[in-house]
Design a binder for this molecule. Sequence first.
Ligand code: ADP
Length: 494
Amino acid sequence: MTTTYVNRPQLDDGGLLRTEMFIGGRWRAASSGGTFEVRDPATGDVLAEVADGGATDGRAAIEAAAAAWPAWKSLTAKQRSAALKRLHGLIVAHSADLASIITAEMGKPRREAAWEVGLAADYFEWFAEEAKRAYGEVIPTHDPSIRLVVIEQPIGVAVAITPWNFPLSTIARKVAPALAAGCTVIVKPAEDTPLSALALAELADRAGIPPGVLNVVTAWDPVEVGNELTANPTVRKVSFTGSTEVGRMLMRQSSDTLKKLSLELGGNAPFIVFEDADLDAALRGAMISKYRNGGQTCICANRIFVHESVIDEFSRKMSEAASNFKVGRGDDDSSEIGPLINAAALEKVERLVEDAIDRGARVVVGGKPHELGGTYFQPTVIEGATIDMAIANEEIFGPVANLFSFSTEEEAIELANSTPYGLCAYAYTRDTARSWRVSEALEFGMVGINTGMFTTEVVPFGGIKESGIGREGGRQGLREYMETKYIAMGGIQG
Ligand code: ADP
């Protein structure tokens, strides 16, 4: 396959830049021979041409995963753990190169890419440990001649469909528990960011993960391969991170074969600043929650509710901080906010901001595409948005903060909950009783009190309502890839 690297990331280990699919332990061109271009979001330059897979390739990956499953699940947990530890070690050893790949294809600043690589490594370390803790149970019996036992077994061939905003860690969050549990996996990475997934496959191969245990299928148009991965009866589990709209569709597609599903979908995170909050701490938390990854995370503060008595001061401070951000290329070490992923993302952010302005909101700072051009957008703060505006109901996925005012705790909770989403919520208060009341009343899978960032591999990450099904990470994450089996051992003479 010809590969054109116009703006190739400089790597110590060039072997990590892979452009073919990884199926059954072999690097393969697409069965159609087609390729698609991966572009640097900062410039639009072509970074690589990657295999453009379709249904046939999806099927080949499923067959490879099914063939590898019996041997992989028969290993002891300790043996699988050892393989995951080797992969963890390789991720750590190649973290600078992996960060360069993430920055090149996704655009985020290098320091954020490095953080993401660390998180990806942490998932492998954590699930290497958890592999050994897939405990079952023995239940006191109802009948003296029978013993009641529950065991946990790997579910089988699993599919991971992942987004571009965390091109490595969202994959690690699925692949590590799947492999730990004894499943084999097919990863279908986002079309904007396949290179991180392929680099992971290269490292898995080097770590001695057997052929077929981890497969990566890439495609420009996900529909054809997606249909195969969700309809094929051999696949027993689909784990998806992405938009609610696509999640709903994959759930429908998986329903004929009743696959087990994990869905980590959109969020519309409220960030509540009460009048008793430490305002500077709240500001720090809001800046991280809102502007991390250029605002392109599903747990970014999407609606910032500030008590009416402190909103003016908060808005002034937030606008000052936002206007100080250094916007620029991810591979410029001084950059704090990179470009948006693509032109469609820029259009969406522009549309949401213009709609808010048309309907009476005020831009305090920013509000426009950045002078740098391309897909850069100015760090923005908007005041006076109302809850019925599109900007309060859709995920912004850009560096735009919108502030709403409230007057009572009840009102704040009602506003926060007035969304079909339920992924993540934040609140700042120094009142302990209020912390508990608010944490319990917020209808979200994750709540951060007095913190703007709490992602770690050791906790169950996931949402409720239309933000998804299931949890990733923590001890819960392993169970998503296992089935519970009840065994009754009869014929025992008491
Ligand atoms: P985002 O809005 O973050 O780009 P998407 O939900 O569109 O999120 O994409 C997330 C992942 O889902 C990507 O890997 C994308 O290719 C995949 N995807 C999108 N549409 C489909 C589909 N019809 N079938 C399978 N995968 C899909």
